[in-house]
Ligand binder design. Sequence first.
Ligand SMILES: *Cc1c(COP(=O)(O)O)cnc(C)c1O
Length: 452
Amino acid sequence: MESKKFLLQEKDIPEAWYNVMAEMPNKPKPMLSPATGEPLKAEDLFPLFTEEASRQEFNTTDKWIEIPDEVREMYRIWRPTPLVRARGLEKALDTPAHIYFKNESVSPVGSHKLNSAIAQAYYAKKQGVTNITTETGAGQWGAALSMAAKHFGLELAVYMVKVSYHQKPYRRSIMQTYGAEVIASPSMSTKAGKKIITEHPNYQGSLGTAISEAVELAMSTPNCKYTLGSVLNHVALHQTVIGLEAEKQMEMAGEYPDIVIGCFGGGSNFSGISFPFIRHNFSGERSTRFIAAEPASCPKLTRGVLRYDFGDEAGYTPLIPMYTLGHNFSPANIHAGGLRYHGAGAVVSQLRNDGMIEAVDIPQLETFAAATLFARSEGIIPAPESSHAIATAIREANKAKEEGREKVILFNLSGHGLIDMAAYDQYIAGDLMNYEVSDEEVTANTVGLKEV
Ligand SMILES: *Cc1c(COP(=O)(O)O)cnc(C)c1O
């Protein structure tokens, strides 16, 4: 009987993260200070982030960065995660493609986010920080950080995008169960929140706004740091445990991926599954395709422009060289809340600009059709975010069938959807729709941003 799952042992949990910046042919440009327009250094981020996260953010020289023992110890709760051959899906599609997925949904909080949450909470604890703040969209990052904060004895305040606060009440319950304080964003508790509520009383929030509020609280609270669950280089770095394990597991399966796919919010899970494989493209050994799967309603890599832009709505953060739809872009209320972010991280943006990765944008209804087929053929109900990766894998498997070619496809199952059943209810009832973004909207939102 051929294997379905490829499992590693606890001793195989990686001992170091892979820092793609050390090997990229063109390094990403540094962030700029909005005040002076000058490139930033690690020390410039110390007021906002922990020192270790800040140093990792700017580390373009060390290829491997050691994972602290305390972090590996926590990883042992659920890592290594399984690599699964999706034989049920292959059969349903009647495709000659071999489809594999890395199952990050088995973490205690149901997504990959814990890989970085633990590292960031650990660095805060180690530095003697007592309080941390963050934002969360669908609640996945907030849930992960709540668990990590509790473990390391930190107080956590989470600004949760208002639409998700109401759509996904159980993610709020999860955060509160772990002991975090959760505030719907925009809120009246910050200047940034008050301003946007005054201007748009019915605004349902965005990640950009929630980041502004979390940053403002961190800057005005003593011994408090801000943490971010995606976009930044150090977050992508922590997520490389996904691809490093997958690389060993593909070897166990006796195959190597022709295509690697991850859904794309700010880039952390896509980076996590991709970067350990892309290093073999840099060296010329392999020519794997890497596809970032975005929502059609928030298509920064497919339809956005490469500019220096703020990471948040109010303009508190440094200017990041990113593919962006503009920091004031307000995405439609799709259920893949974790993908409703206006920009892509600097590393992924550089790789995209250099033609090392590809991107596709997928309409909401196609993602739910893919999710339903996956649930029925593989038994796992995927997160609406992850369903973008599944839909892309299905497109590629169908192409392989048309071409009559065997292709090896690997995608990351970034999370499960068991707390997103309200979204599935709406899909089943026929109440979901597709959303498009017009070129005019993108142009209007990005006009005046500085070219990279
Ligand atoms: C947050 C999230 C995403 C999107 O974020 P990335 O940083 O782009 O990975 C995708 N899937 C799940 C399950 C998430 O929680």
